[in-house]
Design a protein around this ligand. Structure first.
Ligand SMILES: [Cu+2]
Length: 201
């Protein structure tokens, strides 16, 4: 601060106050380059009940018994060769329990079905898609996981394609692991428990 006039110091102090009162998460220092091997989270939130109307929280819970208060999720995604890798990490779920999960097309809303169908690379002309020729983990992003004793879990999926812009917008947690092969049930994992709005691009 040597060499600064009192007026400059006052201005610096005021800027500081302004920055703090904005409450934002703006830069507070030098930017460190993000490593390509550890992409920044696309979305991260503690699940919250849906808002009665208007804007929804980023993570919406539909079943508070199986996604208890404090449960949280983080999604990262990045290019992998010519394809895409998505990772889902959760904490605070029920311990030692299997959950299904997929990338869905729409943002999370107050109702479980608001998140729309699964994102598919090759779109099944028949919707909802339960044909294993389309509803499979090469054509969709499946992130089934099993929690540990603390309720934490992680899943990763790599597919050979990239997103169509703005068509994949959430990660949904389901009550069961995903059905892999049964025609009429392929890709289904039961009740939608929670949803994290995630803008895949
Ligand atoms: Cu799903």
């Amino acid at each position: 601060m040597r060499g600064m006039t009192p007026a400059v110091l006052a201005a610096v102090a005021m800027l500081g106050l302004t920055a703090c009162s904005s409450g934002g998460t703006g830069s507070t220092g030098t930017q460190t380059p993000t490593s390509s091997s550890a992409p920044a989270p696309l979305a991260a939130a503690t699940f919250a009940p849906p808002a009665a109307s208007g804007a929804q929280p980023p993570g919406v819970v539909h079943n508070t018994e199986l996604v208890p208060a404090g449960a949280a999720a983080t999604v990262t995604a990045g290019a992998a060769g010519g394809g895409t890798t998505v990772t889902l990490a959760v904490t605070g779920l029920r311990p030692n329990r299997k959950y299904g999960s997929h990338v869905h097309t729409k943002v999370c809303g107050p109702k479980p079905l608001d998140s729309g169908p699964h994102y598919q690379d090759k779109l099944d002309p028949v919707q909802p898609s339960v044909d294993p020729a389309f509803a499979n983990p090469k054509n969709e992003v499946w992130l089934d996981l099993e929690t540990d004793a603390s309720g934490a879990g992680k899943a990763s999926a790599t597919v050979a394609w990239k997103w169509r812009p703005n068509e994949a917008n959430s990660v949904v947690l389901h009550i069961d692991h995903t059905n892999h092969h049964d025609p009429g049930k392929a890709g289904t994992a039961g009740e939608r428990l929670a949803c994290l709005t995630t803008p895949f691009k």
